[in-house]
Design a protein around this ligand. Structure first.
Ligand code: ARG
Length: 466
């Protein structure tokens, strides 16, 4: 009774095994190299389980006290780096349980009553992911705030809006930035929604079928802050759709980051020259002395590939698994860890970088003046004078053709020349043809008119406050 069966893992599965694992199999099947990251969740889960076992009279009060004392020692050992993680003990769960038994004896051996590593690991990953979600949510707020505050200064800064990468219509830089705020706001909603389904307790499912001990699962859920308990033990131990959902959220969010990064790279290029980034977000070239490269934005764009890749990996991991737990599931951790780490660092650095964007308003305006961005405004002007839109469209196409041939903007055509295209044109056309006039006219909710954009800034500030 005084031996610790976990001290030698070949014996952990009982006397059934007649030979030890080969070194290669041990290394191949072990997860402790990465899942030790779950240690705090593992200990919190064990303490909640032990507390419930004692409350239900399944273990003695003294056992609970011993387990609590042992776990406190283990926390101190892990935090100080003294804890000896052992490959032969396979994973975080067996490592901690074995150490507990070394420290407190019999009580350590009683901890696993009514529990399996199958419901234990599912619980640990959910607990861990929940705490990571709670650190990611404020980063999404910070990202939105950085964009909103930059937008607040640029409701009158005109730039070309593009479709097909061709100059389309003038928009304000603020309006453009607020498009990303909408995307990140939806990401934040998605994350909050994912959290609801992460925050459900598997413990009590045991290996797969539930357990014969009179567990109080609701008590464990309350102790650990879960919103509810899994209602089917087979599902509880086997599905990882909460991880898939998180990974889906993270992929979509990174795709948004990637699109913004792509724009930052373009805007900073000499061909656009719309913005400049602070030096601390750029790197030089080892051969070309003139270079200042937007490496951070490029890496954010590049790292999107790995996060999307992890989603594909996890989906593929799950697709062929019959119920219930299979060791395949051990492969869920590294992609999930890397997804969290990548997203966290990326959101932090992007929010900082956006806050340091220097806007070159003149270059934006010059670019907007180059591509006949107000052609639609001239057509709309003619419609207001009574022309059907299709005819107005055709008339303006003629005007653009002439202006193109002469290498000038529509606004540079004289009133007499414009009237040659349609006599309904009057002196008030000038306002329609300016970039600012065009923006002001798009005074619909969701439009680029400065008053609308400022109203959106105010709405976002209120939404993101607190
Ligand atoms: N290390 C395992 C994992 O990550 C823990 C569960 C192992 N369960 C089992 N029956 N082998 O999934």
């Amino acid at each position: 009774m005084s031996t610790n069966p976990l001290a030698n893992k070949a014996q952990a599965w009982s006397a059934l095994f007649s030979e030890p694992m080969s070194e290669l199999v041990q290394r191949y099947t072990a997860s402790v190299g990465f899942d030790q990251r779950l240690w705090r969740a593992d200990i919190d889960g064990s303490l909640a389980h032990a507390d419930m076992l004692a409350a239900q009279g399944i273990i003695a009060a003294q056992d609970l006290a011993d387990i609590q004392r042992g776990m406190a020692l283990i926390v101190a050992e892990i935090e100080s780096g003294e804890f000896q993680w052992k490959l032969e003990l396979e994973d975080v769960h067996l490592n901690i349980e074995a150490r507990l038994t070394e420290l407190v004896g019999l009580a350590g051996k009683r901890l696993h009553t009514g529990r399996s590593r199958n419901d234990q690991v599912a619980t640990d990953v959910r607990l861990w992911l929940r705490s990571e979600i709670d650190t990611l949510a404020p980063l999404l707020v910070a990202m939105q705030r950085a964009l909103v505050e930059l937008a607040a200064e640029h409701s009158d800064t005109v730039m070309p809006g593009f479709t097909h990468m061709q100059v389309a219509q003038p928009v304000s830089f603020a309006h453009h930035l607020l498009a990303y705020v909408e995307m990140f706001a939806r990401d934040a909603d998605r994350l909050a929604d994912v959290r609801k389904r992460v925050n459900v307790l598997p413990l009590g499912a045991a290996a797969l079928a539930g357990t014969s001990y009179p567990l109080d699962r609701e008590r464990v859920a309350r102790t650990l802050g879960f919103d509810g308990i899994c209602q089917n033990s087979l599902d509880a131990v086997s599905d990882r759709d909460f991880a898939l959902e998180f990974s889906g959220f993270a992929s979509i969010c990174m795709v948004h980051v990637s699109r913004l990064s792509e724009e930052i790279v373009l805007w900073m290029s000499q061909n656009f020259g719309f913005i400049d980034l602070a030096d601390r977000y750029c790197t030089g070239s080892s051969i070309m002395p003139q270079k200042r490269n937007p490496d951070v934005a490029e890496l954010a764009r590049g790292k999107t590939g790995r996060v999307v890749g992890h989603l594909m990996g996890l989906l593929t991991l799950m697709k062929g698994q019959p119920l219930t737990y299979n060791k395949d599931n051990q492969e869920d951790k590294e992609p999930l860890f890397d997804t969290v780490d990548t997203l966290r660092d990326t959101l932090r650095i992007m929010a900082e970088m956006v806050g340091g964007i220097r806007v070159k308003a003149d270059a934006m305006e010059r670019a907007a003046l180059r591509g006949y961005a107000t052609a639609t405004d001239l057509a709309d002007y003619l419609v207001k004078k009574g022309l059907p839109f299709r005819d107005a469209h055709e008339t303006v196409a003629h005007a653009v053709k002439v202006a193109l041939q002469r290498g000038i903007d529509l606004a540079e055509l004289s009133l007499a020349e414009l009237q040659g295209f349609n006599p309904a044109i009057e002196a008030d056309v000038a306002d329609a043809l300016t970039l600012q006039g065009s923006m002001r006219s798009r005074n619909v909710v969701g439009g680029t008119a400065p008053s609308q954009v400022l109203a959106q800034v105010a709405r976002h500030r209120e939404r993101l406050a607190g």
